[in-house]
Design a protein around this ligand. Sequence first.
Ligand SMILES: [Zn+2]
Length: 266
Amino acid sequence: MAPNAEAYLRRVDRELRSLELRLQQLIRGTALQALAQLRDLLSSLPSDGLSRRLAYRQLRPRLETALIPLNETLASLLSLELHRFTTRARELAAQFAGITPADPVPLPAEVMARTRFLGRTLAAYFERHSPSQFMREILRLADRTVEKAILDGTPTPDLLPLVLPEATRKGRRIPIVRRGSIAYTALARINALITTSIWNVYSAESRQIWNRLPNLVAWEWVAILDPKTCPICRPLDGRREQSLESFEVLPQVHPHCRCVVIPIRE
Ligand SMILES: [Zn+2]
């Protein structure tokens, strides 16, 4: 790796991480509210028996409606924050190359149309073909959990903690995001979406800036190496190619991917 790249990327990693945490905190309340609503809706199912399957089918459009505010809030949070972050990503990339960023920053809607998560743009991910892809993923978790409860004969009251567990403290109901619950998986999904989108903005903006460097001779794939680095990216780390086109894929290649291709100069 270029000698100054390692320290630079550590600094980028730290800065992006603090943005990730801030956005995760900002959306958490809205997410828990949506999940509490799903749980409350499911509490109206009959306690057991096969009539639950029909009742669930009738309830499902309301589950979908309950997810709309989360879909919209998360989409607008990401469009504003990623738009703002685009400027910063360019500054970081320009700093590394010792130049100044020149291009005008794209509008929030453009940022959503070019940032990718799992092969889709964020715009497509949140677009409501009733439901959106994002909502569909959470609804699929609900379908699976309810279907399993019906097959296993789990009574409805025991099903609810599988959606969003809660405890009562001083007379107040407090959500507990326990591993294995829908809430846990949904929040993990949202966190992956946030992390991957931030890195995608950073790495795409950087490539664009670095691609115009006059003395560019190669590109090197750099995975942020720490215990969180996944087996997909670890072997790619250090791979060099003469052009971006020579890589079969470019980051981000999976949820939570923190890879960047950096320029190698004469
Ligand atoms: Zn990666």
